[in-house]
Design a protein around this ligand. Sequence first.
Ligand code: G3I
Ligand code: 9MR
Length: 567
Amino acid sequence: MKITFIYPLLASVSVLAAMPAMNLLGFATQGEKTVVIPGNDASPLEVYDLNTGKSVLNLKAPYVGEWDASGEETQVFNLSSIKKAGTYRLRRANEFIGTPFEIQKAPYLDLTKSALKWFYYQRAGMNLEAKFAGKWARAAGHADTQVKIYGEKRAIKSPKGWYDAGDYGKYIVNSGITVFTLLELYEHFPKTFDSLSLNIPVEFSNYPNLLEEIRWNLDWMLSMQDKDGGVFHKLTSLKFCGSVMPEQDVAERFAIGKNTVASLDFAGVMAQASTIYKKFDSQYAKKLLTAAEKAYTWAKQNPKIIYEQPKDVETGSYVHKTEDALDEFRFAAAELYRATGNKNYLDELKQNAMNHNGPWWGDVNFLAIYRIALDQKTFGDSLSKVAQKILLQEADNLKKLGDSSAYKLPTHPWNWNWGSNSAMANNGIILLHAYYLTGKTEYLNGAQRSLDYLLGKNPFQMSYVTGFGARSPKNPHHRPSESDLVDDPIPGMLVGGPHLGKQDIGPENWKCDDYAAANKPALAYTDDRCSYATNEVAINWNAPLAYLAGALYSIYNGNGYLKGKGL
Ligand code: G3I
Ligand code: 9MR
């Protein structure tokens, strides 16, 4: 059932007044607070404190900009001078516009928890009990205890792990950047995440909940490593199943495509994880590191095995045409050097120059940049300064692009691609790393603007996260949300977002053509389950959302990473 948004006709709100595009979850008292209003109205904007009924800010209409990503004329208002916690509402030309919004000391905690809890909902091989999953409780699917290796007679046990997205596949490459991002969130903000409860089943009582959840996918990843150290690309059926619940998808599944990139993504994440889990579970940490070194060795011996999708396999492929594995070698060597101190990894790192690419599932160069830029002590001044320079150049590029855009969104033109919302979140993470290095608030504000966009400061004036904000996606392309008997989609999921690829419109899928006419990237989106190109959800999209929201919450709450004092 498709729900189109009819803005709530709240009392004394004119349907003609332009609705504000703003972060529907509100702002931090000390954070930047910007609002975009489409159009060129000359009237001033007022902000009312709903607790006192008084106007607390009166802003003249600013100049009118035009956003090339949507073709809209817009005005940007800065409400940052309001520092008092409370509930507020915008008023213009004697009418209230938009919905009430909160200003509080440290917002986005509920969003962070829900974005992280979603990984529990993605668990393969576990029935989700009501005490943890609420009304989205479901039976287990895909035990994956007898999985044939594609093209061979052998079979492996490959249980657990997270479903990749709206489908029931499990993919190593996409798990790589996802697990890296979640582990970085833990490592950067332990004061928040050591004690944050996600209300998930506990198997390792001494682990923080976040590390417990991540281990569910790490354990699956370990099972995808072959005896010779090489790692398979994915575990899926040959074709995508229909819109059914996990336990109804009984097609045979295969471990497919041992290859270089998957082995290196695996090596990098296992090495990174070994440094984090050793505090809680030294045996497990050792197992992770051994697996990491074995995978790296296999990749060194097999440097050019690029995944090729077999003809009879139609599930996701996570491979791109310019794949050369150099970025994955860089990422893995950096993590292995940090985990082992073995100079061989450092020497290889030095022969594999960093660049400006990424971060996305297809290029993990930036994961190495983050590691080396923030850990000068381990990697030495010269290498670390190179990484810091690249990071700050990228952050300054993004800041400049954001400052000059009529939505103040730090983004590159090429970010308008499949999963554009995750690109916006990853841009916010680059800006946060620049803040960690320099303490400059302009970078923190850039990260805030990235989150603002995802939570409502966009041409649809909606939050792109299910269950969060007055207007949010109701029909994601997500098999459990489509086929459970629950109207509300599972909460905390970031949908892919707008772009002009329109891969889901065509002969086999005309029902998705309601956004076919969109000719601007920021407008090419539809909240319809048919739209896997704009309205699916994915683990590598939720991870940067959780990082961005969790980092901002922690910083505003005074648990900041490095407290902006740089290295
Ligand atoms: O990299 C090129 C770029 O150079 C070019 O300019 C641009 C414009 O055509 O295309 C870029 O490639 C895109 C690639 O993503 C990298 O962004 C492809 O067009 C685009 O089709 C590709 O989309 C991927 C999609 O699978 C289809 O393969 C998404 O990134 C990826 O997130 C998505 O992943 C799927 C899994 O396969 C299955 N599970 C669901 C998951 C999410 O939809
Ligand atoms: O559900 C699949 C989604 O996870 C993928 O991202 C997408 C692109 O590979 O494909 C979806 O599956 C569709 C298939 O490609 C075409 N027939 C309809 C399937 C469900 O929408």
